[in-house]
Design a protein around this ligand. Structure first.
Ligand code: CO
Length: 200
């Protein structure tokens, strides 16, 4: 009970010192370039609303939106992975006219598969985490994909620098549900190595 008034007094004293009319007025008058407009960070509100609303667009947008779309021709495309743990494309759009689609993963780097291995796994975005976890348990011998994992739509082998692998799958597998993503299941890579894959 005795502390409350004391704190109040201190607060008032501080406020007075900080906002003393004469001093701040003088500062501005001198023309000392007012603090640069460093108040342009409206971070609070959007973040607070994010969890519940709009799951689909929010989940797919950050995947690889800063990278170009894969070049698709004849129901096939090539995706490159490199030594900097990056895919060269952020999205793959499969034409609806394709019944089968082929993806070739080419590792353009020099690092061995044990250090900077890449594969390309396709699955529903909601299954990525589980596939990754089980893939790590399955180990490199299984290309970091649990054998027979029903959540995996398709996947290439794990490749190292200079190597490549091609996988082909029925497009119909992507038509039920989604959104779908492609990602690398090498431990720790999927956070960066991922993108969206759509049909139509
Ligand atoms: Co990788």
């Amino acid at each position: 009970m005795t502390t409350a008034p004391t704190l109040l007094a201190v607060a008032c004293a501080f406020a007075l010192a900080a906002c003393g009319g004469d001093r701040s007025a003088a500062d501005t008058a001198v023309g000392a370039t007012p603090a640069p407009t460093a108040e342009a960070t409206p971070a609070a509100t959007p973040a607070a609303e994010a969890p519940a609303a709009t799951p689909a667009p929010a989940a797919t947008a950050p995947a690889g939106s800063d990278k170009p779309a894969a070049v698709v021709a004849n129901c096939a495309t090539e995706v490159e992975g490199n030594d900097a743990m990056q895919f060269n494309v952020g999205s793959i759009a499969i034409p609806a006219s394709c019944t089968e689609f082929k993806i070739t993963l080419k590792h353009t780097g020099k690092q061995p598969v044990t250090v900077m291995g890449h594969n390309l796994v396709i699955a529903a975005a909601s299954d990525m985490q589980g596939i990754e976890t089980d893939g790590i348990a399955a180990g490199a011998a299984n290309d970091y994909v649990k054998p027979g994992d029903p959540r995996v739509v398709a996947h290439t082998k794990l490749v190292g620098g200079g190597q490549s692998d091609t996988v082909s799958f029925p497009v119909s597998k992507l038509k039920a549900g989604g959104p779908y993503e492609f990602f690398c299941s090498f431990p720790g890579h999927a956070a960066i190595m991922k993108g969206t894959i759509t049909v139509g």
